[in-house]
Design a protein around this ligand. Structure first.
Ligand SMILES: [Zn+2]
Length: 140
């Protein structure tokens, strides 16, 4: 038996009711972002109330799926956890074209060739029947 044999299952997102549309869209391979109808700003992460003007008139709009790497780290080692078998992997803050930031992973890339401000595009990683995760890869 190796340590990988006793690894716990990876946690899945805890979905607040107001974030449900984001995850439903991701399951369909679409990236959507909240938008405030009153102050016309884009919001991420999903909220009940606009963080800019306190409006509750929020809707959803399709996102471009494009952005740039704001910051990233390559995780080279990990304490025993559900993610220990994934090392090395990249955790990044993506600045989406719509102006908001999203924490995700950079995939399908050479870790040594990543850099800040690099252009990335969304890809979707199917986890199970309920969850598909938006991740990003460098634009080729
Ligand atoms: Zn607003």
């Amino acid at each position: 038996m190796t340590p990988n044999d006793v690894r716990p299952a990876k946690p899945v997102p805890v979905v607040a009711p107001w974030a449900r549309p984001f995850w439903d869209a991701a399951r369909e391979g679409r990236l959507i972002l909240q938008h405030c109808e009153d102050c016309d700003r884009v919001i991420h992460y999903p909220r009940m109330v606009c963080p800019h003007c306190s409006s509750t008139k929020l809707d959803w709009r399709a996102a471009s799926g494009r952005g740039t790497i704001y910051s990233f780290t390559v995780v080279q080692s990990n304490a025993p956890s559900a993610f220990a078998g994934d090392v090395p992997y990249v955790v990044a803050v993506i600045r989406l074209a719509e102006g908001v930031q999203m924490l995700s992973n950079i995939v399908e890339c050479d870790h040594d060739e990543l850099f800040c401000d690099q252009e990335v595009e969304v890809v979707f990683e199917h986890l199970d029947e309920e969850f598909t995760l938006p991740k990003f890869r460098p634009v080729r």
